[in-house]
Design a protein around this ligand. Sequence first.
Ligand SMILES: Nc1ncnc2c1ncn2[C@@H]1O[C@H](COP(=O)(O)OP(=O)(O)O)[C@@H](O)[C@H]1O
Ligand SMILES: [Mg+2]
Length: 481
Amino acid sequence: MSTSSNAKLLEIANLTMDFRTDEGPVRALDDVSLSIEAGQVLGLVGESGSGKSVTARSIMRLNPGNALIQPESRITLNDGARAYDVLSLRDHALRTVRGGKVSMIFQEPMASFAPAIRLGDQITETICIHLGCTRKEARRRGIELFERVGIPIPEMRFDQYVYELSGGMRQRAMIAMALATKPKLLIADEPTTALDVTIQAQVLDLMMELREKEGMAMLFITHDLGVVSQVADDVTVMKKGRVMEAGPVDDVLYSPQDGYTRRLIEALPSMDRIKELPEHRTDSEALIEVSDLSVSYPVTSGRSGAKVFHAVRNMNIRFPLGDIIGLVGESGSGKSSLGRAMLGAAPISSGKVEYRTIEPISISANNRVNRKKLARVAQLVFQDPYGSLNPRMTVRDIIAEPLEALGLTQNRKETDEKVKEIARLCHLDVSHLRRFPHAFSGGQRQRISIARALVCELLSLSQMNLWPHWMYLSKRRFLLS
Ligand SMILES: Nc1ncnc2c1ncn2[C@@H]1O[C@H](COP(=O)(O)OP(=O)(O)O)[C@@H](O)[C@H]1O
Ligand SMILES: [Mg+2]
């Protein structure tokens, strides 16, 4: 690690922050201190809701209006030429720091691009402002970055809109955008969580290479301790807005002093844990059976007229009672299409899906699904929790929606009880149910969508005596959740 000057690149001291909410102020950060030297990679880990993203956004001064930073808090950025007192910066100096000296990669890539402007125009503009070069040079640098982050056909992608890219490609475009201005500090908030294992490795390599070449420092936020041990020099562990433990990666991960850190490490899914699952009853009859299922989407290609794209071909899976089935594959291999077909929401071209529930359900090309019936036995938790939660609805209403739509409860009181029950089961704070989705962390939002998916199941559980069944779609090595 290069430490030419003795002043730290970033120094956060006693950062304390509250959110003003309807239930009064809520402390999100409590006396957080950490520092990063030039060229150093600091890993920031902790359970969801522990304050990692809020800390990162404070460095960029991107916290929402209801955030209240306490006066004793200090954030100092020193690039060797000048020291910036980040929390008191205004206009021009703030713009120099945000996006110039410090850039950030977010958990949700859709949020970092304007939807109606071509990606290339946004990146070129940023490069022109911060590096002061011509548009032509900026464009060349932008396309080169697209190539470096592993975007195929970069010249074509550069002129597209964000919605035209797949999830993995969006993430890579966002990384390219963050790197465009040669920042001194790159804040990466769960940057590789949504990527394939192979692409994740490429992206991590790229980030490490940039760190070597350009002396870029990084604040790397992740819940993946495996990734931290690969990329970080030091690690800081957070819980409930406080720093629990900090130090060199090897010390903290291999001989943790703090009980919380130890539990975090123990909570890692591992192949050993899979063995501890109750014995498979493979002999038992399949509750759900997918036979010879093919899913094909129509595509209109310019010259040759209408064609079809085969996303899933002749798939067979059996789900015995109470099983968790992991489905692994690179992006585009058909995982989500299979999942959607099982819910009657993808075009099945042949084969069928059968639910051997009390009222059997069969889905095939020429059999229209009774959605109400199906919704009681099968639900989907989405990849991108933010995109699937209506921002104008409170969390209570989001979770209650399926109950009300299916007419499963008699009155509001009963609905509220069910909502609270499932919220508790999903480790959500029931006093936060009146909040809107934006006021939750990424992990909490994912639990909201799990709660919504399971709220009907809760009824089936008691009425039909069934266990919830899971199909876990993942690009990752570890499949247990
Ligand atoms: N806009 C907001 N209003 C109120 N509370 C918020 C807001 N944003 C985040 N929080 C709360 O701050 C805490 C820390 O969140 P966050 O930093 O996103 O966690 P994570 O460690 O998962 O990144 C959480 O309890 C979250 O509910
Ligand atoms: Mg977060």
